[in-house]
Ligand binder design. Sequence first.
Ligand SMILES: Nc1ncnc2c1ncn2[C@@H]1O[C@H](COP(=O)(O)OP(=O)(O)OP(=O)(O)O)[C@@H](O)[C@H]1O
Ligand SMILES: [Mg+2]
Length: 399
Amino acid sequence: MERAHNPFAPGAGTPPPELAGRGDILEQAGVALERIKNGRPEKSLLMVGLRGVGKTVLLNEIQRLAIEKGYKTAFIEATENRSKKKLPELLLPHLRQILLQLDAGEMFNTYVKRAMRVLQSFISKFHVQTDLFTVKIADPEIGVADSGDLEVDLAQLFTAVAEAAANRKTGIAIIIDELQYLDETELSALIIAIHHISQKGLPLIMVGAGLPQLVGKAGNSKSYAERLFTYPDVGQLKPEDARQALQKPVQHQGVEFTADALKEIINLTKGYPYFLQEWGYHAWNTAAVSPITLADVQKATVIALKKLDDDFFRVRFDRLTPSEKRYVRALAELGNNPQRSGDIAEKLGLSVNTVAPLRSQLIKKGMIYSPAHGDTAFTVPLFEEFLKRAMPDIAALKG
Ligand SMILES: Nc1ncnc2c1ncn2[C@@H]1O[C@H](COP(=O)(O)OP(=O)(O)OP(=O)(O)O)[C@@H](O)[C@H]1O
Ligand SMILES: [Mg+2]
């Protein structure tokens, strides 16, 4: 059918034509935003899920909700390449802009002015190298947020900004994607800052998203993290929601999937949102007329798999060293559920100790995670099947 009218949207963070199955999480976020803005205690949200399940899409939607509720928002994304931007550099342009907006709304508000000075102190210490910060926004507030210890200074900065927001009857939402890429000190500084804010009932909420290893990282960093955050699990869609995700967008254009076409896509994709978009997209392009049939889907599957193999899976695979590739291939060989480290080592003909550094390296790269102590699983859905296609020869594993 007409490609120009294809409703499906495979891509990173691309809003889906139908945001299916996320009503509970969005409702939880809505309640948290409402409560925190009114100074009521509520946990901040850290959404956890594998690659391509729709975390970024949810963060965007929550940002929209927050703005609708009168929040000032900062949306940042931590990057894997840590030589790029550190947390202060990611946050500062947004906080600066928020304070300038709060300042513009009222001629002279002592809390806003103070927050600007605190921000200036923070900048002076964390030496942000951008043109933006050669322009001063205020004289520094000497002795606040300028100790050079991020864990102390970030809490003081957030407190000052949140006090300014409270005074201006608004809230601040700090939204952070790819949280698992922050280093220990940064994550721990954020947790401490949120701890201070929540004790004071100030209107600042953090909404974050990341890969599953985030939960352990936050817990290691501060044992009270679990009392500050809820970790909504963002996973594959239930069959009913997956059907909605496919059927509703085409129905808007007077097109239908047949029941067995839907069933086939749901079987193949296991309800993973990114894959649903990919299959929906190619099924639409393949079908000549409505309804989109099982035969159309079967043809589309060949194209969708090729597309995934060439992009989605391939880019991740290409980032691995040869020995990391062998490790993940051994994991794939064992099956599509979590596997014991010992079993993986055995497949490779090596000792657990020898492969331990490989495993940590792969966790750092966000390829695998540990769903339970000693277990290992892929963060990318259906990756094991790709690996079997990409590395058919398992004789090469040992060596
Ligand atoms: N609830 C949903 N229903 C249908 N499609 C969805 C849903 N959520 C996300 N998608 C689609 O899934 C794809 C991936 O979404 P997104 O980029 O938000 O995932 P992610 O979890 O952030 O992935 P990554 O970990 O790689 O950053 C997009 O094409 C998006 O349109
Ligand atoms: Mg994302």
